[in-house]
Design a protein around this ligand. Structure first.
Ligand code: NAD
Length: 355
């Protein structure tokens, strides 16, 4: 894979659709960052936003992250994302997702949706009553499908093994990992790490889930804030984005950051701050691609062994990025961005347009 630094410049999104339906209360945004490599694929988030502007910015940033993630994972997909603003009062959830499904249908395959934070297999089944451009539906037999989170956790494990070996010269059984957020991915990651012999420290606002992790995995439970500066080897952010800011990076004691959350860096400059502090930051959009690989497998009709092969390849990709970063004198985050941008720039469509 070649690498050219000039591709770091970001392009504006191709299309942004906003929708509002008074009857169902559905209000949201679908951002199509890029369809260069294929349909803009990325999940649908249901979240409480203070205002429409904040929701739009979130959709745009997440959609760009999906474009990088899909390109780096060598999937035939561009990048997109949908966010739906959680209504203030009671609402008919099925009707809300049917409205969203009609918006997806109107894009005629330019956008493919699936689950994200706040949405479930049941919600996607409702979307599927309106459009076929949806994945994350209940798995059928040997076909991929269902909740993509266990695949995301498996991919995080592959990247973490490589990062821990590279930075600490250690195995996962030698290290302590702090997992922030024990949701679909975080809990599955704890299961895998526990099996691998890692010691665990966890933070999760749902106290019954944190207590279960303490019981099952012998995990030490901390507040989310304390976890970010805990004396551990690895920090695995698995809740929401933006956790790596000037303050948390300055207080960080972990040598490796490798987790599932999207957009962990509050801005790209944090990648340099982390490198200055000798912290190996494994790029989130590389690390957490397992879920979208499973979504791709479901949408494109691959079989499960193909999904597994591609998810396990996340470890090898992490090695490639670390080697590229060293060669080019870049942070792994910037090296990974460069590789993803190059893949988009070298697509037949971009080459034809440039000719
Ligand atoms: P989830 O909603 O199931 O889990 C998030 C968990 O974080 C919840 O248990 C929540 O209680 C907890 N949490 C919220 N605020 C917290 C805080 N301040 N400190 C600690 N815990 C907190 O979501 P998920 O599907 O597990 O995804 C987690 C992250 O990974 C998200 O950023 C998501 O975008 C990203 N991601 C998920 C997938 C996937 O396959 N599910 C794929 C790629 C990326």
């Amino acid at each position: 894979m070649s690498f050219t630094a000039q591709h770091h410049q970001d392009l504006p999104p191709e299309e942004v659709v906003t929708f509002y339906d008074r009857e169902s209360g559905a209000r949201g945004i679908i951002a199509l960052h890029s369809t260069t490599l294929g349909p803009a694929a990325g999940g649908c988030r249901l979240w409480r936003y203070p205002d429409h502007h904040t929701a739009t910015l979130d959709a745009l940033r997440l959609a760009e992250g999906m474009a990088l993630k899909n390109a780096l994972a060598e999937l035939p997909f561009g990048g997109g994302k949908a966010v739906i603003c959680l209504p203030d009062g009671p609402f008919d959830r099925a009707a809300l997702f049917r409205t969203f499904g009609r918006q997806v249908a109107a894009l005629k395959g330019r956008y493919v949706t699936a689950e994200d934070v706040g949405t479930s297999v049941t919600d996607m089944s409702e979307v599927a009553t309106q459009t076929r451009h949806v994945a994350g539906l209940p798995a059928k037999g040997a076909q991929p499908g269902g909740d993509p989170s266990p695949w995301t956790a498996l991919g995080v494990m592959q990247a973490m093994q490589v990062a821990v070996s590279h930075r600490l010269g250690a195995e996962l059984s030698d290290v302590t990992v702090a997992v922030q957020g024990l949701g679909h991915v975080g809990y599955a990651l704890c299961e895998l790490l526990h099996e691998a012999g890692a010691k665990l420290v966890v933070a999760e606002p749902r106290s019954e889930v944190a207590a279960r992790a303490a019981d099952r995995f012998g995990a030490m439970v901390m507040s989310s804030r304390a976890l970010l500066s805990a004396r551990v080897d690895v920090l695995a952010p698995c809740a929401l984005g933006g956790v790596l800011n000037a303050r948390s990076v300055a207080e960080l004691k972990a040598s490796v950051v490798c987790g599932a959350a999207n957009n962990q860096l509050v801005d790209d400059g944090m990648a340099e701050r982390l490198a200055e502090r000798d912290v190996l930051y494994a790029p989130d959009f590389l690390v957490n691609a397992g879920g979208i690989v499973n979504v791709a497998g479901e949408y494109l009709g691959w079989r499960k062994p193909e999904v597994r092969r591609r998810v396990l390849a996340i470890g090898a990709r992490m090695k490639t990025v670390l080697a590229q970063a060293e060669r080019a004198g870049l942070t792994p985050h910037h090296a990974a961005r460069g590789i993803a941008h190059d893949r988009i720039a070298q697509s037949p469509r971009v080459q034809a347009e440039a000719a």
